[in-house]
Design a protein around this ligand. Structure first.
Ligand code: F6P
Length: 538
């Protein structure tokens, strides 16, 4: 066993001991510490993070911080910021934090050229966005998937009420033709342009959507020159974009060392510069940079990234909770659960560590969620009384931009009530006391069904308001949580080999699915599915 796996086992043992010891009674922690709500909350730039409804204790934090030191977590963080090779299997750095370093801030000599390139790209993004707007483009359609879609989509949905006049974004990710035709149906081809957003420039979905969008423009009578003028490529493979006919001035390149799901800060954010202007995009970067500084320089005991990572590992390795629900009490953040799903599950959903050893511990939770209050009337029943404990992250903004303050008070009251109910629960005696016939078997059976176990953990994040800066901070904080949790487990959070096998098999199957000869070597079930599909398609 390597020294690191030895330490990792110790960390997991610590988490398990806490889960069955001091961390077994969350309500009890409140009862014995009247100051808990203050002591386990953090004031971060633009947001208040309440961790008191997690079973953290001073002892756990101190012990975990000591373990983090022994596991060289501080060095791991410094390596990330210094542009060292933290993505070992692909032999790369992960440069998302560099993208957020302001133009005038000091940068290590080794990263200066790359930082300059990034700043120049930002200027080019601004110039190209203004050029498109001045040419009468009113809709920019982002054709990209995964990290080349979810970030810009999240930010656009969150801030779309404040988009510049006559600039709207549409997004097509899926290879499902319904996605593309649903967007194209409403477009004027002469007032629209398409961003081909793909780090690899080889992703099937984006390629097919790009080709079909070009064909659609042709069908609407646009010349080849006019079509080219409506294509913008955002990629780490500019040569492939050139080969597809995208004009040089419309190619925005970003560094290979920016991971797809960490790329909203790069040229992948171009649609946001178009929609909101480059100043607002810089605010997004600035909010993220503030969190970068917090995570890099704050001691573990009050470091939000570390504490969130610790909580996550406590849930997974300590208690064995299989999932994590992200519930946003803000319609504008409806995309956040999906965004975090990719960030977390594609980064840390792995069962082998960087040394190639099979992990004996659970890794990323299944991340899911939705928008409150709506989901209170859907899955909250299971959160309160289901057999699995589901830790919840509640996220809301204090200040509003709409004209219905009464609605907002009700929204926040609902969120507060849900986390309170998860914590408090309801005992059998309390439930029975509310029954009209507590002495009868039916009343007692009903009371038993109205018991809430309580003790269910949640984190609450209250943004001052939802704007570019706080959203940047929120996303950056989640990135750091994922990286720190990954490092403590010995995982490379920046590769994603798990998506490859399905892509390979799809490549083999597609000719048969599309009407070609049958492919040998498929399992009987898959072969039957394709054969049935072919028959139904006639
Ligand atoms: O599905 C895997 C993945 O590689 C993601 O990591 C990535 O964000 C997405 O596909 C899109 O990739 P690309 O930007 O290269 O088209």
């Amino acid at each position: 066993m390597s020294e690191f796996s030895q330490l990792r086992s110790e960390l997991v043992a610590l988490l398990r001991a806490h889960a069955s010891g001091a961390g077994a009674d969350l309500r009890g922690l409140f009862a014995t510490d009247p100051d808990r709500a203050r002591r386990f909350a953090l004031d971060l730039p633009g947001c208040w993070l309440d961790l008191s409804k997690q079973a953290l204790t001073d002892d756990l934090i101190a012990d975990a911080a000591a373990m983090a030191e022994r596991m060289d977590l501080r060095t791991a963080l410094q390596q990330l910021f210094a542009g060292e090779t933290v993505n070992a299997s692909e032999g790369r750095a992960a440069l998302h934090t560099l993208l957020r370093v302001p133009p005038d801030a000091p940068v290590a000599a080794a990263l200066r050229d790359r930082h300059n390139d990034m700043q120049n790209t930002l200027l080019r993004m601004h110039a190209l966005a203004e050029h498109l707007a001045a040419s009468g483009i009113e809709t920019l359609v982002n054709l990209g998937i995964g990290g080349s879609d979810l970030g810009p989509r999240l930010v656009y949905d969150a801030l779309s009420a404040t988009a510049l006049p006559n600039r709207r974004l549409r997004f097509v990710a899926n290879v499902d033709g319904n996605a593309l035709s649903g967007v194209l149906r409403h477009l004027d081809p002469r007032r629209s342009a398409f961003v081909l957003a793909s780090k690899s420039f080889g992703t099937q979905e984006t390629h097919m959507n790009a080709r079909s969008a070009m064909e659609w423009m042709r069908r609407h009578g646009l010349s080849e020159h006019e079509i080219e003028q409506r294509l913008i490529a955002v990629t780490a493979k500019p040569a492939a974009a050139r080969a597809m006919g995208v004009p040089e001035a419309h190619i925005l390149a970003f560094d290979e060392a920016v991971g797809g799901r960490y790329s909203v800060w790069s040229a992948i954010g171009f649609p946001l510069v178009y929609a909101f202007g480059s100043e607002r995009f810089r605010q997004l970067l600035a909010g993220a940079h503030e969190i970068d500084q917090h995570v890099l320089y704050t001691p573990w005991a009050s470091n939000a990234g570390f504490l969130l990572a610790l909580i996550e590992l406590l849930h997974r390795c300590g208690y064995g909770h299989p999932t994590h629900a992200v519930v946003v009490y803000d319609e504008r953040l409806a995309r956040l659960p999906e965004y975090l799903q990719q960030l977390e599950m594609e980064s840390n959903g792995k069962s082998v560590d960087v040394e190639g050893s099979t992990l004996e511990y659970p890794t990323a939770p299944v991340v899911w969620g939705g928008v409150g209050t709506s989901v209170q009337h859907a899955f909250f029943q299971a959160l309160h009384q289901g057999t699995d404990v589901v830790p919840v992250s509640f996220i809301a903004a204090a200040n509003i931009e709409h004209d219905f303050p009464g609605h907002h008070d009700a929204l926040i009251a609902n969120m507060a009530a849900q986390s309170a109910a998860l914590l408090r629960g309801r005992t059998y005696a309390e439930a029975l006391a509310q029954e009209a016939a507590p002495d009868h078997a039916t009343g007692q059976a009903r009371a038993r069904q109205r018991v809430f176990a309580g003790n269910r953990p949640s984190t609450t994040m209250l943004l001052d308001r939802l704007d570019a800066r706080t959203l940047g901070a929120l996303v950056a904080l989640m990135e750091h949580k994922v990286y720190l949790a990954g490092r403590l487990l010995g995982i490379n959070s920046f590769d994603q080999w798990g998506v490859e096998l399905g892509k390979e098999i799809c490549g083999v199957l597609l000719p048969w699915v599309a009407g070609g000869a049958q492919i040998d070597g498929m399992d009987a079930s898959t072969a039957a599915l394709v054969a049935r599909y072919r028959r139904l398609r006639g």
